[in-house]
Write a protein that binds this ligand. Structure first.
Ligand SMILES: CC(C)(COP(=O)(O)OP(=O)(O)OC[C@H]1O[C@@H](n2cnc3c(N)ncnc32)[C@H](O)[C@@H]1OP(=O)(O)O)[C@@H](O)C(=O)NCCC(=O)NCCS
Length: 212
């Protein structure tokens, strides 16, 4: 689970387990796993899946969003291949990613890249495009998409951008309902450099805008 547990959300029994787990981490243990002993095969399910089934308290880099490195690029391309085939993402060239690698971030779980995203900045217009947001199929619906988008939006805010935009063929509702983007028909709102590319390869994507 990518998130924070608020006080009051946990029972007193669990709270004491969490307290002890935090104590263990403070004293040098990297990871503590709380697993439901009433569940059949709980230990196997915990061991043989990336995210496990229980609750993990960790003091190392188990789950992180970090800048992409050249060593990530082949994996990024591989994981995006299906979304490109399904026309959810625009095809990207390896060299193009490498040339703009500073724009890219990855979500890593236990050393495995499971998600990717990019923020392309148009400084003259004080606008930034959220692009290439992708979470591996078997890791969907665990909040990773939200975590990547929130990270990129915060980066745009810290760069003092005024506007964020996304070009989306199949995920418009996700951005509109969950992140308050609005569809725009005014292409004047799109940075000129991006508009030229859009006119060449628009893919009928919706132009979604958010003021920040
Ligand atoms: C869109 C995507 C990034 C979401 O990643 P994720 O980690 O599953 O997202 P989250 O866990 O933050 O949110 C999951 C929720 O969003 C919903 N959702 C996912 N894709 C959606 C879509 N295309 N339209 C509407 N809702 C969508 C899920 O049903 C789920 O709903 P729930 O919380 O009610 O169960 C992922 O599905 C993906 O990689 N899609 C293919 C690539 C793509 O389309 N990228 C966007 C390019 S603009």
């Amino acid at each position: 689970m990518w998130g924070r547990i608020e006080a009051g959300e946990v029972s007193s029994g669990l709270r004491s387990k969490l307290k002890q787990a935090v104590r263990a981490c403070r004293e040098g243990v990297n990871r503590v796993h709380l697993i439901n002993g009433n569940r059949d095969d709980a230990l196997l399910a915990e061991l043989f899946s990336n995210e496990g089934i229980g609750t993990m308290i960790f003091a190392d880099d188990y789950q992180q969003i970090r800048k992409a490195t050249p060593a990530d690029v082949d994996e990024m391309l591989l994981m995006m291949r299906r979304a490109v085939e399904d026309e959810q993402l625009v095809e990207r060239d390896k060299n193009d990613i490498l040339d703009h690698l500073d724009d890219y971030i990855v979500m890593e779980i236990d050393g495995n890249v499971v998600g990717v995203g990019a923020l392309h900045v148009y400084s003259a217009e004080m606008a930034a495009e959220l692009a290439c947001i992708h979470v591996k199929n078997d890791h969907e619906c665990q909040g990773y998409g939200k975590a990547l988008i929130t990270y990129l939006e915060n980066r745009a805010k810290s760069l003092k951008m005024n506007q964020l935009f996304v070009l989306s063929t199949q995920t418009a509702e996700y951005f509109m309902n969950r992140f308050s983007y609005q569809e725009s028909n005014n292409l004047e709102e799109m940075p000129e450099g991006r508009r030229t590319k859009w006119e060449q390869n628009g893919r009928n994507a919706k132009f979604l805008v958010k003021r920040i």
